[in-house]
Design a protein around this ligand. Structure first.
Ligand SMILES: NC(=O)c1ccc[n+]([C@@H]2O[C@H](COP(=O)([O-])OP(=O)(O)OC[C@H]3O[C@@H](n4cnc5c(N)ncnc54)[C@H](OP(=O)(O)O)[C@@H]3O)[C@@H](O)[C@H]2O)c1
Length: 224
């Protein structure tokens, strides 16, 4: 239990890893605020408060989020919302690539910038990225939009780590593992609950000294 973490904000909180993170931090005694487009009964049952109708892919949605959280000091912001498509060379759907760049890379940047004023000194920001954004680790190709969007998210997260350091805010760049959620058709080798528990451990381990480094939730450091 990291007792310094009092208020936690999670995007994409209605299902999957986001919902499991809400439950994990609730279990740890934090006040948890779930952000989503549409709420789920599970989120309503688990979170202390739920802010709905927030599309992280739009400036308006994120401005609405900032207004709803105005005056609430945040200890931990977890940018978890994301989408996945696959594109095959020869038939790339550029609309889908742009959508993934918008939601997976610009979404977390938009949200972090909009909520930055509410982050306490000593707060943390966690980016739920993917090892598929690692250029070194790309052994199989494809997934143009997803890989590009997560690599771009990692680049933004590194700049945030530098820019927020003066305010003593550390940034964690985290791959959750291959997790049994709708995103991967229920495949995966760990449950959302295990992923959330491991992600929370990595967030505990995040300091100003290792801010802006890229980790698998199992504790292995990942290459860019
Ligand atoms: N599952 C894995 O194996 C895996 C591996 C590596 C990384 N990740 C990353 O982990 C994160 C969570 O994924 P997951 O596996 O839990 O997937 P998921 O079950 O598909 O959940 C995705 C979440 O993101 C939300 N979302 C999507 N587009 C949004 C938007 N425009 N505005 C606001 N919310 C939006 C979804 O909300 P709606 O219900 O409204 O669509 C949902 O809550 C993602 O960033 C993903 O890239 C997952």
């Amino acid at each position: 239990m990291n007792s310094d973490i009092q208020t936690v904000v999670v995007t994409g909180a209605n299902r999957g890893i986001g919902l499991a993170l809400i439950r994990e931090y609730k279990k740890r005694g934090a006040r948890v605020i779930g952000i989503c487009r549409k709420p789920s009964a599970a989120l309503e049952d688990s979170a202390d408060s739920v802010i709905t109708n927030i599309d992280v892919g739009t400036d308006d949605g994120v401005a609405k989020l900032a207004k709803a959280l105005e005056g609430i000091p945040i200890d931990l912001l977890i940018n978890n919302a994301g989408i996945l498509s696959n594109e095959q060379l020869g038939d790339i759907n550029y609309h889908s690539v742009i959508e993934q760049l918008n939601i997976n890379a610009l979404g977390p940047l938009r949200v972090t910038e909009a909520l930055a004023a509410g982050l306490k000194p000593g707060a943390k920001v966690a980016m739920i990225t993917s090892r598929m954004g690692s250029i070194t680790d790309n052994g199989s190709g494809g997934y143009y939009g997803y890989r590009m969007s997560k690599a771009a998210l990692n680049a933004a997260a590194m700049s945030l780590a530098k820019d927020l350091k003066t305010r003593e805010i550390a940034v964690a760049i985290l791959h959750p593992g291959f997790v049994q959620t709708e995103m991967v058709g229920g495949n995966g080798d760990i449950s959302p609950d295990i992923a959330a528990e491991r992600l929370a451990q990595r967030i505990d381990d995040t300091t100003l000294d290792n801010s802006g480094t890229f980790w698998h939730s199992n504790g292995e450091q990942l290459p860019w």
